[in-house]
Design a protein. Structure first.
Length: 291
């Protein structure tokens, strides 16, 4: 491990917030030692989300999986019940098949626990080590260098249809149970489609912009893979489509939002219009904003 003086929160690009729960402390209201391993494990899962990586689909595509080989923890001071903590995590280096992560648990700016976690990329059936795939290595390296984990492209259905369809099938048909006949329509061919891709070139979010009607843009089919929601991907799609609408001269944009997502659109400046209604068996509400 590096020297203790180097363990500051600024050292870590990826940070996961926690609040100590009653079930994690002893009679002295001090966190049980073993729970720090849970904190680091949760931070590892969120590290992949920060890379816009749907873990199961990604490792399956890459033909392997990631296995923990070794943990090392160094305790400096205890965390207490109701403390607000932040776990910092970084991939410190990679070998042929190994990934060494450094992590630390902070209360304010004080480092309470240091951790070193060694993972190995391996065959999931035999659990024998394999070389880390170049695409995964590049993804992690670029993330640690501060590069954006995703790109958003806007193009025609001919160019983006396969990727957009994959995301929409996962969200609308498989997750929400919408009939395929209701999901796909002739309008797709006339729309601009935004698709967000991660550094593994997996499509992870999408949406479409319909042709303008008297200066009003309509956005629809907004979808983000379930495991990556809350990562800002939907906002990327929406901003890209609104930029496309502005460029063609639209002055206002509207959409039919699922009521469960109303708060998301409100946070981006949209306001509800009228009352909720049912669409494909799901409560919706019309929302709009000026461009």
């Amino acid at each position: 491990m590096t020297e203790q003086a180097d363990w500051t929160l600024e050292r870590f690009r990826h940070r996961e917030p926690f609040r100590v729960r009653w079930s994690e402390v002893d009679l002295q209201k001090i966190v049980f030692n073993a729970h720090y391993l849970t904190y680091f494990d949760v931070a590892i899962a969120s590290y992949w989300r920060a890379n816009a990586m749907p873990y199961e689909e990604a490792v399956s595509m890459l033909g392997g999986d990631i296995f923990l080989k070794k943990n090392t923890l160094t305790y400096q001071a205890p965390a207490l019940y109701e403390d607000r903590l932040v776990v910092g995590l970084r991939c410190a280096d990679m070998g042929r098949s190994s990934m060494r992560f450094e992590g630390a648990v902070f209360r304010d700016e004080h480092c309470l626990v240091q951790g070193e976690l060694l993972y190995v990329w391996a065959d999931p059936a035999t659990r024998t080590s394999q070389p880390i795939p170049p695409a995964l290595r590049d993804m992690m390296d670029q993330f640690e260098r501060g590069q954006a984990p995703t790109t958003c492209r806007v193009d025609s259905w001919q160019a983006q249809g396969e990727a957009a369809q994959w995301v929409r099938r996962a969200v609308f048909i498989e997750e929400q149970g919408i009939d395929a006949a209701d999901e796909y329509d002739a309008a797709d061919a006339t729309c601009d489609h935004a698709v967000v891709y991660n550094r593994l070139q997996q499509p992870v979010a999408t949406g479409r912009l319909l042709p303008s009607e008297q200066g009003v843009a309509t956005i629809g089919r907004m979808a983000t893979l379930r495991v990556l929601r809350g990562s800002g991907l939907g906002a990327q799609v929406l901003e890209a489509l609104m930029a496309q609408a502005r460029a063609r001269g639209d002055k206002r944009v509207q959409l039919h939002a699922q009521c469960s997502a109303q708060g998301f659109y409100t946070s981006l400046g949209y306001e509800p219009v009228g009352q909720p209604y049912q669409e494909v068996g799901i409560p919706h509400i019309t929302m709009q904003r000026a461009l």
